[in-house]
Design a protein. Structure first.
Ligand SMILES: [Zn+2]
Length: 260
C-alpha cells in the first residue's frame, strides 16, 4: 500500500525551513543489492523530499518517473512498482504545491529511481555534481539504471564541484558523497527541528550506516566507505541521517505535514 498524503498547513510568517517526505513508488530487490552478502528480498520505498525554504521550493530527488506508472488496481510487471497517483507531481499536488513552482531539484545522482520524475518540473534548475553530470551524459552505455531521456530534458543544470551552500545561509548545504556513483551527493538541511541529512544511495538502509555495510555493487568501494564515515560524523554531531530506501525507518517518518 502507498502512504497517504493529506494537505498540510501553509507557510506562516516566521516559519523556517520545512521538510516534507514522499513515497514515490517502490522497488522489490534482493537485500544484497543494498547490503552485500545479506540474503533475502525486500520491498523498498523510493523516496523524495520537498524543502520549503523562505527563498523558494527545492526538491531533493524526484523518485520514479512516468515511464513506470501502472493504473491503480493492476499488478506491477517488473521489480519496479509505481502506481498512478504516486508520482512526485501528484504528491506535491496533494499538499497544495504546484509543480511549476519548484525552483531547484537537488539530484543525489541521476539513477532512474532518483531522477525519474524530473520531467514534472519544467521551471526547475537541476543541481548536480559535475562529475555525475559528465558520467550520466557521456559514459552510461553499460548502466541501465541511467535512463538519459528522463534527465536530458533541456532543463538548466547547475553543475557544482564539492560543497555548495544553496542559499548561502547554511540551511541547505549540498556535499559530495561519492562511491555509489562517480558524482553522488547528499544534502544537510537545517530545519527548526534540527539538522537532517538526505543521503540518496550513499545510505540506502539504516544498517548501511550503522554497520558500515556496502551494497553488492558500486562505482568505488573506498569512496563509498569514506562517504559513510562522513555521514557517521554528522550523525555524531546530532544530525538525523535519513536513508533513502529503508522501509522500517520510513515507517517512522511522518507523511503528513513537515518532518522537521
Ligand atoms: Zn542509485
Amino acid at each position: 500500500m502507498s502512504a497517504v498524503e493529506i494537505p498540510t498547513a501553509p507557510r506562516k510568517p516566521g516559519d523556517g525551513v520545512r521538510l516534507f517526505g514522499f513515497t514515490v513508488g517502490h522497488v522489490n530487490m534482493p537485500i544484497g543489492f543494498f547490503l552485500d552478502g545479506e540474503p533475502g528480498e525486500m520491498r523498498a520505498p523510493v523516496t523524495a523530499f520537498l524543502i520549503d525554504h523562505p527563498k523558494g521550493l527545492v526538491l531533493f530527488d524526484t523518485g520514479l518517473g512516468p515511464r513506470f506508472v501502472r493504473p491503480r488496481g493492476t499488478q506491477p510487471d517488473s521489480f519496479i512498482d509505481l502506481e498512478q497517483g504516486d508520482t512526485i507531481d501528484e504528491r506535491l499536488n496533494a499538499i497544495g504545491v504546484d509543480p511549476a513552482a519548484i525552483r531547484w531539484i537537488i539530484t543525489s545522482h541521476l539513477h532512474t529511481d532518483h531522477a525519474g520524475g524530473n520531467a514534472y518540473f519544467p521551471n526547475a534548475t537541476v543541481i548536480v555534481q559535475e562529475r555525475e553530470y559528465d558520467h550520466a551524459f557521456h559514459n552510461i552505455t553499460d548502466d541501465p539504471i541511467y535512463e538519459i531521456s528522463e534527465y536530458d530534458l533541456g532543463q538548466p543544470f547547475l553543475k557544482i564541484h564539492g560543497e555548495h551552500d544553496l542559499f548561502a545561509d547554511g540551511t541547505i548545504v549540498i556535499f559530495p558523497t561519492l562511491g555509489h556513483t562517480p558524482g553522488h551527493q547528499s544534502a544537510k538541511i537545517r530545519t527548526d527541528g534540527g539538522d537532517i541529512v538526505l543521503t540518496g544511495d550513499c545510505c540506502s538502509l539504516k544498517r548501511s550506516l550503522d554497520e558500515f555495510r556496502l551494497p553488492n555493487h558500486c562505482h568505488d568501494a573506498d569512496q563509498f566507505l569514506t562517504s559513510l564515515k562522513l555521514l557517521s560524523s554528522l550523525e555524531r554531531k546530532g544530525a538525523r541521517v535519513f536513508p533513502s530506501h529503508d522501509p522500517d525507518f520510513w515507517a517512522t517518518i511522518p507523511k503528513v505535514g513537515p518532518i522537521g
